[in-house]
Write a protein that binds this ligand. Structure first.
Ligand code: GLC
Length: 443
């Protein structure tokens, strides 16, 4: 080997090492997120006063900007009890929470030095309402997520104002854009230093490209403050995980890390006129689908302008408490389950992949069916209830690998009122028969 080749080999090895180290760091950093499964999203801002669309109501012209801002007079936060919020969040089984520090309307919940559109200088509350919440989350050992809207439609030096009015174009007034960049990056600096978020939830990147937002620089700045911080995908795709919104993905997402954000009714913020609440059954069904496909659910609540949480929302979180508590072992720290062909429902696996959890909706009329499971099942029990269940394997062909169909007898009295979970202790890592099934011909 000549010197040149040796050097090349060395360089290649070093770069391979550093790539492996990067992947390892990434996996470690994402660990808590992957295990957390449930987060609570909070949209709290001026829009809760009139009970209208967050920011979009003036952007879309349903109300003038001037009238929209008049809501500052009604944002009292007088019943705001951050500890009670966090108790409710923790009890629901969520392991993290993401709160709107500033939505597209530019109203900031914390004591920012950048601009005066904030809860202290420009609302009836006259106080920083973000810090006490972050503090309470930390005290409860919950992870802290900060939602931050890149667009700020109220800021006089931001490009977009409403749907049909643009203040300026960056190419025509680059200086003005610089002013905005300083403003928003200054705010991010404040949030990053004051709260050291575990997670950044950016939004609204669609209005400009990565270069215009200076996304790489922003990411580097946040990582410098906290190398372990997680960033969602909405910083012009610079982030760590995907954020499908409202619609539960039909096909399992390819992303290693993803989080479905979803409202409890049809609105992100408090809108008393929107009574289209999902039932607890639906929420739990969607949650099981999400974790069965390896994702997290970020479930949104919209507190009122006085800081109280609407009853309907509170009651769903309380129902979740009972269910997540009972089924904790099938939820937290698990991984996506087996493909639908094997079990017609959501499932998860423990990290060692030798316990399979089956989520059974409604009454299976006596039997739950699993197809093509090659493992021997050592034991089956009802999670959180304890009853051991029998099973029967039918259709196993002795002269082929085809493992047959497993029927598990589930008596009515073990059924959970929302969703029953069965734990199947396998004789080793889950092993599935994935042949096309032309058993006779292929043997
Ligand atoms: C959308 C909306 C915004 C909402 C967000 C939550 O991007 O612009 O109003 O806060 O979704 O995911």
């Amino acid at each position: 080997m000549n010197k040149c080749t040796t050097l090349l080999m060395l360089l290649l090895t070093v770069s391979l090492w550093s790539q492996q180290a990067d992947t390892l760091n990434q996996t470690q950093k994402m660990n808590w997120f992957k295990d957390a499964k449930l987060g609570i999203f909070i949209h709290w801002g001026l829009y809760a006063v009139n009970g209208i669309d967050e920011s979009w109501s003036f952007y879309n012209g349903y109300i003038s900007h001037e009238d929209y801002l008049k809501q500052t007079a009604g944002f009292t936060a007088k019943a705001y009890d951050p500890e009670a919020w966090v108790d409710l969040i923790a009890e629901s089984g969520a392991k993290y929470s993401v709160i709107t520090s500033k939505h597209h309307d530019g109203f900031a919940l914390w004591n920012t030095r950048y601009g005066n559109l904030n809860a202290i200088e420009n609302s009836a509350a006259k106080k920083d309402v973000l810090s006490p919440f972050v503090k309470a989350l930390r005290e409860h050992k919950l992870k802290v997520g900060i939602y931050y809207s890149l667009p700020d439609w109220s800021y006089p030096d931001y490009t977009n104002f409403t749907r049909d009015s643009l203040r300026y174009k960056i190419t025509e007034e680059p200086q003005r854009w610089e002013t905005f960049l300083n403003h928003y990056q200054g705010q991010l600096g404040e949030l990053s230093k004051q709260y050291k978020p575990d997670l950044w939830w950016f939004d609204g990147d669609w209005e400009h490209n990565a270069e215009e937002w200076q996304a790489t620089k922003v990411k580097a700045m946040l990582l410098e403050d906290n190398p372990q911080t997680i960033i969602n995908s909405r910083l012009a795709n610079q982030g760590d995980y995907a954020t499908p919104e409202q619609g539960m993905p039909i096909v399992r997402p390819k992303d290693t890390y993803w989080e479905l954000c979803m409202t409890l009714n049809n609105s992100w913020g408090y809108q008393p006129n929107d009574t289209n609440y999902k039932t607890t059954n639906q929420v739990i069904g969607i949650f099981a689908d999400v974790i069965g496909n390896g994702g997290n659910l970020l479930l949104d609540i919209g507190p009122k302008s006085d800081g109280s949480i609407p009853e309907e929302q509170e009651s769903i979180l309380k129902d979740l408490e009972r269910w997540t508590d009972k089924h904790a072992e099938a939820i937290y720290g698990t991984r996506a389950g087996i493909p639908k062909e094997h079990f017609y429902g959501p499932s998860t696996l423990n990290k060692e992949r030798n316990i399979l959890y089956l989520f059974v909706k409604g009454n299976p009329n006596g039997e739950v069916v699993v197809r093509g499971l090659k493992n021997k099942i050592n034991r089956i029990y009802v999670v959180g209830e304890g009853t051991k269940l029998d099973h029967q394997v039918v259709g196993k062909v002795y002269w082929s690998q085809y493992p047959g169909i497993t029927y598990i007898k589930v008596p009515d009295y073990v059924l959970d009122e929302h969703m029953t979970v069965l734990a199947l202790l396998l004789d080793g890592e889950v092993d599935l028969y994935r042949e096309e099934g032309a058993v006779i011909e292929s043997n």
